[in-house]
Design a binder for this molecule. Structure first.
Ligand code: XMP
Length: 326
């Protein structure tokens, strides 16, 4: 019978056997898999591990703080945050095409990671103790999907922005390889990780970058971040997190519509709510949210978020609609 305490003990022993006294690097994304795999490795080897978190500016409200404050407080992991917000914004300037955005975000992520990685490799080498291992949050379904291979390449790079350079001489440490998502969450809770990270719903690697239909700018990101935070807060408050697989909140940045506020006419942007229910994201149905919850979210977003004068609900199943708008 499955028991998260046993799995932790077993994985800690395995990690120690694999890594010995070697140094280990890890990339945190803010998501469950990287958070739990990193925490397990830290449990096993302590300060032989250094974790890197790249703030690409496409995160949701509070996510960086969750990692920098709550995650670090609960694990004691040595964390290096790279503030790459400016670089990503510059690289995304003028780009509206979704696939182009994904390419740019993936490329910039690798660049930013490689930069800090080479600094850390140099630092470790200077201390006569080279960096040899890299943590990967590979789950059992990823292993099956990719044909079961192991090794040094990153098998998730095709769909995760957590994708790391493939030419590394690192040996991979993959403590979640035999586990399913709900088991990973149970282990994360057992390790005392913040619920906001352990219980996080799926969130795409390119983040808010693919939830702004149109060009990504600092201004638009701020608008979307505020609207998204309100929607998440109200859904959680209403106890609906379990029912919803995920709820993209999308800014139609290239659309304006006429509205009215007080005595004046407004000309603002619509926000789309896309709550879906799903088992695996391959197919999905739109979640029948209670009207009073929708009403609360709509009122709050239009009152509290500047430039947004309309909230619309996406009632399309997948197929034909995808979960994300881009
Ligand atoms: P779609 O929109 O294709 O989304 O129905 C299916 C699931 O995949 C997520 N998604 C992504 N995840 N990088 C990711 O890491 C991406 O580029 C990406 N695009 C979509 C989406 O959030 C949903 O869970």
């Amino acid at each position: 019978d499955w028991n998260s305490g046993n799995v932790i003990a077993e994985q800690v022993a395995r990690i120690r056997a694999q890594v010995g006294s070697g140094r280990v690097l890890s990339a945190l994304s803010g998501g469950v898999d990287s958070a739990v795999s990193t925490a397990l490795v830290h449990e096993a080897v302590g300060d032989q591990l250094v974790a890197v978190f790249i703030d690409h500016g496409l995160l949701r409200k509070g996510e960086r703080e969750q990692v920098e404050n709550d995650y670090v407080a609960s694990t004691g992991v040595r964390l290096i945050t790279v503030d790459a917000r400016e670089t990503f914004l510059e690289a995304l300037a003028g780009v509206s095409d979704p696939e182009q955005k994904r390419k740019i975000i993936g490329r910039e992520f690798i660049r930013a990671f490689e930069k800090v990685q080479s600094e850390l490799i140099a630092e470790a080498a200077a201390e006569g103790d080279p960096m040899r291992f890299l943590v990967q949050g590979t789950l059992y379904p990823d292993v099956v999907e990719s044909g079961g291979g192991t090794g040094t390449a990153n098998i998730k790079s095709h769909h995760n922005v957590g994708g790391l350079p493939e030419d590394l001489q690192f040996e991979l440490v993959e403590p979640l390889r035999t586990l399913f998502k709900d088991e990973v969450r149970a282990i994360g809770r057992e390790l005392g990780l913040p619920e906001a990270i352990v219980g996080r719903q799926p969130f795409p690697g390119p983040g808010l970058g693919i939830r702004i239909v149109g060009e990504v700018t600092a201004d638009r990101l701020e608008i979307l971040r505020d609207a998204d935070a309100i929607a998440r807060e109200e859904l959680t408050k209403a106890g609906l997190d379990g029912e919803i697989w995920q709820c993209p909140v999308v800014l139609l940045a290239d659309v304006r519509s006429v509205g009215v506020q007080g005595d004046g006419r407004t000309y603002g942007h619509p926000i789309v709510l896309r709550p879906v229910s799903s088992e695996d994201a391959m197919t999905a149905d739109w979640t029948r949210l209670p009207y009073d919850v929708l009403s609360k979210i709509s009122n709050r977003i239009t009152n509290e978020v500047r430039e947004v004068n309309r909230v619309v609900l996406d009632v399309t199943s997948k197929p034909p609609g995808t979960i994300e708008w881009e």
